[in-house]
Design a protein around this ligand. Structure first.
Ligand code: FAD
Length: 368
């Protein structure tokens, strides 16, 4: 409900301030739209960088800088190997300055509703409402960490954290740590924590390691070939990235393999005080569990529009919500476009969103 808040009209509102929002801003600007007049980017973070401002200290990209760029302006070369999160954060900060996006921060969008009068979307924040012809939601997943609750969790008595809160291995030194998850985060956290702690790795399915030579560069090439084939309606579409495996063998993970710690157990069944317990009754003492079990898309602000499906995502045609044609989604995961949740891949989805928006805006103007 807009209530007494001031209502401002703006053609396009982008919600989020990470790489997905910035790539969208780039394509809006390229189409001749002006920041603050034709489009506004709202981010609830205090500073630039999106999720890259929050990841663990030792994180490095799994692709070199020349395969980690947003559209228009390449990421500066990182001097010592694959870029750090801080390198990416600085790049994003410089990127938004370069293109003068004037991102509004910190502005949390609390809800998006429809203007009953003409169907435009009302983007609500604490003391302002923006009325927009089109809204791009680019809020990522970082604020919605997911971890399954196991029976007995309340009695466990040890530390439980999600990877979202993991900074470095220091607090786990000398402890018995269970790392949960079969993806890159679990493998990298395990690799680091196992240098100072006794670790047990548990995964729901046996882990799928990629061949050693596959890095972000190779993954991007595979994703690109698939996206092109899909776009051209080719008879034979090459398999996607997931066919190669789930875990990229970055140097720290290869080193963990050499140390023999990269051996996964099945998922445990429940907790008992100080222990994790498997379905067959086997128990392991544990002081801490690090849940590297992923994220869900941060879409709470879209609740009033009732566009979310049973999986918690939004059904889309291109980037446009099937149920709300003024709403577009960029980033999040492959459901918004192949490799859309990567630095190098999000440009393609952002470009598609902007061309769909321009087409709709032109259509509406010419009807008026
Ligand atoms: P975010 O970066 O999360 O940005 C979303 C922004 O929206 C945030 O600033 C948030 O505060 C804001 N926001 C959220 N809700 C609201 C709201 N209601 N109102 C206003 N603002 C809001 N990708 C690669 O390309 N290479 C890699 O090597 C790589 N490694 C990764 C390693 C890890 C551990 C993780 C987690 C991801 C990695 N990724 C990698 C994936 C990907 O690049 C990131 O997930 C990326 O941060 C997604 O960008 P985004 O803009 O969609 O979301």
């Amino acid at each position: 409900d807009p209530g007494d808040a001031e209502v401002l009209d703006v053609p396009v509102v982008v919600i989020g301030g990470g790489q997905a929002a910035l790539a969208t801003g780039y394509h809006l600007r390229r189409a001749g739209m002006r920041a603050l007049e034709d489009f506004v980017i709202l981010d609830d973070a205090r500073a630039a960088g999106g999720a890259w401002s929050h990841v663990w200290e030792s994180l490095r990209l799994f692709s070199p800088s020349d395969h980690s760029s947003l559209p228009g302006w390449p990421m500066p070369v990182s001097k010592d190997g694959f870029p750090t999160a801080e390198h990416v954060r600085r790049y994003l900060a410089a990127y938004e300055e370069r293109y003068a996006f004037e991102v509004r921060r910190p502005v949390r969008v609390t809800g998006v509703t429809r203007d009953e009068a003409d169907g435009r979307l009302l983007v609500g924040a604490a003391d302002v409402v923006l009325r927009a012809d089109a809204v791009v939601s680019a809020t990522g997943t970082w604020s919605r960490p997911f971890w399954p609750i196991r029976p007995g969790a309340a009695e466990f008595g040890g530390l439980q954290i999600h990877s979202v809160s993991y900074r470095n291995a220091a607090e786990f030194a000398g402890r018995r740590v269970v790392v949960v998850g079969g993806g890159n985060t679990a493998a990298q956290v395990l690799a680091e924590v196992s240098t100072v702690a006794e670790t047990t790795w548990v995964t729901r399915e046996p882990p799928r390691f990629m061949p050693d030579h596959v890095d972000g560069r190779a993954l991007f090439d595979v994703a690109t070939r698939r996206a092109k084939a899909l776009a051209q309606g080719a008879d034979v579409v090459p398999t996607g990235v997931s066919a190669l495996g789930d875990i990229v063998m970055v140097p720290s993970v290869r080193a963990a393999r050499e140390r023999g710690v990269l051996v996964a157990e099945p998922m445990f069944d429940h907790f008992e005080p100080g222990h994790v317990v498997w379905a067959d009754g086997r128990r392991a003492p544990a002081d801490a569990v690090i849940w590297c079990t992923g994220f869900r898309p941060a879409l709470d602000h879209l609740r009033p529009l009732r566009v979310r499906n049973a999986e918690g995502t939004v059904d889309t045609d291109g980037t446009r919500s099937v149920l709300e044609p003024r709403l577009h989604l960029v980033g999040y995961g492959d459901w918004t476009g192949p490799a859309s949740a990567t630095l190098v891949g999000v440009g393609r989805t952002a470009e598609a969103a902007v061309s769909e928006i321009l087409e709709a805006l032109e259509g509406r103007t010419s009807c008026a």
